[in-house]
Design a protein around this ligand. Structure first.
Ligand SMILES: NC(=O)c1ccc[n+]([C@@H]2O[C@H](COP(=O)([O-])OP(=O)(O)OC[C@H]3O[C@@H](n4cnc5c(N)ncnc54)[C@H](OP(=O)(O)O)[C@@H]3O)[C@@H](O)[C@H]2O)c1
Ligand SMILES: *[C@@H]1O[C@H](CO)[C@@H](O)[C@H](O)[C@H]1NC(C)=O
Ligand SMILES: *[C@@H]1O[C@H](CO)[C@@H](O)[C@H](O)[C@H]1NC(C)=O
Length: 332
């Protein structure tokens, strides 16, 4: 009898142990909250700012170009839901100097109060074959996409932990879940965010601070149009196997996941598949999420093999085409 009771107790403990990481965090209330969006003057960042503003948040936009910042501020202010709301603009390069970033975050906190949510969205992409990319491009992308997310996060984390409130969002990319032709510089800078986010989440969870990594697909923004100009043919053909998303849709999903404290945020069926495939040892925030990952892993890996095969054949076709046009050039 005693043995049975003990066995029950052990089983119960084990169950608690397994379920405890699955307890969902309390959603963050956006009305009146202070949301800082780096890269908030354009594209996905601007749409995230609008989405938060529509839900009653106070916004700080961080980017370099002052004209673009003011333009975005005007656009965002059209969506106000009460006359207390403020959009603050701060011009700074997030990738250069930590002290500078810390100072502007302090200024923003003096004006609009402690930061409740930080969205690290400033970033850029340059595509090209490994040997064609300048070495300085690797440095620039790592500085902006990785360190440009470390600096603002480092500047807000202490206050968030003290207040036991906070959300930090890292905007990675689907190219931060798998490496693709042409993205040796970009993918690595976006993969880095995942490592940062996993380690940070483990540190700050006991303080009720939650981290979200977003993996947007190709999204119709000024930044995407810029990147498109640098893509090798292979990269363009591979990215054309999926459709292009609206920044409003991506922003909506990111804000929703950040409020809920979900570790992953993705859009569309490709996004769903990639997130399940690459979940690794990432934290889970609900039982259904964990179960979905366990159940879908094998199936998605099988589908992924077909994708990889089709990418290989695109690359082979491009090589053959180039070889043919070269011999045609020689004979002409
Ligand atoms: N669009 C896509 O297809 C796609 C897909 C996956 C992931 N993403 C990621 O999503 C994020 C936003 O992309 P997007 O396409 O919306 O970009 P975007 O339209 O080019 O906007 C980039 C924003 O970042 C700011 N910024 C750039 N460099 C900065 C710096 N050094 N310091 C401070 N601010 C800086 C820009 O303003 P200033 O130039 O004035 O500084 C602008 O506000 C990026 O991290 C990108 O890698 C985009
Ligand atoms: C990308 O650039 C190519 C030309 O290099 C063009 O044909 C295509 O329409 C562009 N796509 C987008 C979405 O801008
Ligand atoms: C990732 O997040 C999306 C919503 O952004 C959700 O639909 C999906 O189930 C999540 N995937 C995993 C593997 O957690």
């Amino acid at each position: 009898m005693l043995l049975l009771a003990a066995a029950f107790l052990v089983a119960f403990e084990l169950l608690l142990y397994m379920v405890s990481p699955l307890i969902s965090p309390k959603p963050l209330a956006l009305p009146g909250a202070h949301v800082v969006v780096t890269g908030g003057s354009s594209g996905i960042g601007k749409c995230i700012a609008i989405e938060c503003y529509k839900q009653g948040a106070f916004i700080t936009l961080v980017a370099r170009n002052e004209d673009k910042l003011l333009q975005a501020k005007k656009e965002i202010e059209k969506h106000s839901i009460n006359d207390k709301q403020v959009v603050l603009c701060i011009s700074v390069d997030v990738s250069q100097d930590y002290n500078q970033v810390e100072n502007v975050i302090k200024q923003a906190q003096e004006k609009l109060g402690p930061v409740d949510m930080l969205v690290n969205c400033a970033g850029m992409s340059v595509a090209g074959k490994f040997e064609d990319l300048e070495v300085s491009t690797f440095e620039r992308l790592m500085n902006l996409n990785y360190l440009g997310s470390v600096y603002p996060s480092r500047a807000v984390i202490t206050t968030m932990k003290e207040r036991r409130v906070g959300r930090i969002v890292f905007v990675s990319s689907q190219a931060g879940q798998l490496g693709l032709f042409g993205f040796t510089a970009y993918s690595s800078s976006k993969f880095a965010l995942r490592g940062l986010a996993e380690a940070l989440q483990m540190e700050v969870k006991p303080y009720n601070v939650y981290v979200t990594v977003a993996y947007p697909p190709d999204t119709d923004t000024p930044g995407f149009a810029e990147e498109n100009k640098t893509k090798p043919l292979e990269t363009r053909l591979i990215s054309e196997t999926t459709s292009i998303c609206k920044p409003e849709q991506v922003a909506k999903q990111i804000v929703k996941d950040a409020i809920q404290g979900n570790f992953n945020s993705s859009v569309g069926s490709d996004g769903y598949m990639l997130s399940s495939l690459t979940c690794g040892m990432a934290p889970v925030t609900s039982i259904t999420e964990g179960l979905q990952q366990v159940v879908t892993m094998g199936l998605f890996r099988t589908i992924a093999l077909f994708y990889l095969g089709s990418f290989d054949s695109i690359i082979r076709r491009c090589m053959m085409q180039k070889a043919r046009s070269e011999t045609a050039d020689k004979t002409a």
